[in-house]
Design a protein around this ligand. Structure first.
Ligand code: SF4
Ligand code: SF4
Length: 293
């Protein structure tokens, strides 16, 4: 049973509080849109919580075989739901948080499907102004709903699955995305992908199925570029990004002072300055060409 269910080994997380998002600077249309999107986010989180509680009433005693055809169906369904990135990796217990304050999830299945959804380029370019904040809210709602629907689909195929909502979540998404070969971690701690740079949000589905399919994303390396660039460190409005990451004894890497970041993040409903300033967002992975110059 231990092999099938993954639990935290003690990784700490910071509490995300939806009621702290400040949309008072949103006017007219933006305020109307935010007024519709925020309840959608809550609905998505509540559905994921409810489903999780039902899911763990009967735990599996073996991991179920999944054929290549099943994975193709899952990938096809994910694309039809608007998912832009999909990768696969075993769930790493060391990346599970001690407490999932938002979703209430305490255990996950053996394997993970990592999902990503692109954020709108033009909206992110307005960061930290309200259109970028609204885009953060929109993507939480849309990716949350798509994740829940994909879990429903997987269950309809007779497999057990747990939806981890993009807001909060029980596991460190960017690190899991690296394991799923979707990209690399930038100086600001965000996943940088070849397709969208840091301009995506992530969620995960834990699934009781094996073997996982091969990951299709093309690998690329950004660490040298980041060392030269450091734009996100320079432009962070509250100096929350460390020049050099803190590496703890257990190997955990902290790239951001979350106290400083969260305050501004709430104030601006998602900030996004460290997405907007990143050349992998502005130009795309072609920036690696300039590394040669
Ligand atoms: S989200 Fe904003 S405040 Fe937080 S690290 Fe990025 S730029 Fe800084
Ligand atoms: S802004 Fe520069 S240093 Fe920061 S993540 Fe992007 S490429 Fe790396």
């Amino acid at each position: 049973m231990d092999l099938l269910l993954k639990k935290s080994t003690g990784l700490r997380s910071k509490v995300i509080k939806m009621d702290k998002f400040d949309i008072s600077s949103f006017t007219d249309i933006l305020a109307d849109k935010a007024g519709k999107i925020i309840p959608e986010i809550f609905k998505g989180v509540q559905k994921a919580r409810r489903d999780y509680k039902n899911e763990i009433k009967i735990l599996p005693d073996e991991i179920k075989y999944a054929s290549a055809e099943l994975w193709e169906e899952i990938i096809g369904k994910a694309i039809s739901l608007g998912i832009d990135l999909i990768g696969f990796a075993p769930i790493d217990e060391n990346l599970i948080f001690e407490n999932d304050y938002v979703g209430g999830i305490e255990m996950l299945y053996e394997n993970g499907i990592v999902l990503g959804m692109e954020m709108n380029y033009d909206a992110i370019n307005t960061a930290p102004k309200p259109p970028a904040g609204l885009e953060s809210l929109r993507i939480y709602a849309e990716l949350g709903n798509a994740t829940n629907k994909l879990v429903d689909f997987i269950r309809s195929k007779g497999y057990k699955a747990i939806a981890c909502h993009p807001l909060g979540g029980p596991i460190l998404y960017p690190a899991m995305a690296v394991k799923a070969k979707l990209g690399k971690i930038g100086k600001q701690g965000l996943l940088i992908t070849k397709k969208y740079g840091p301009r995506q949000r992530l969620s995960i589905i834990a699934i009781n199925a094996t073997p996982l399919p091969e990951n299709q994303c093309e690998d690329f390396e950004i660490s040298e570029f980041c060392e030269r660039c450091r734009r996100c460190i320079h432009f962070c409005p509250v100096n929350a990004i460390f020049e050099d990451p803190l590496v703890k004894k257990n190997g955990t890497i902290t790239r951001i002072d979350s106290n400083k970041c969260f305050e501004y993040f709430y104030e601006t409903t998602g900030c996004s300055v460290c997405i907007e300033t990143c050349p992998f967002h502005k130009i795309g992975s072609e920036v690696l060409y300039y590394r040669q110059l």
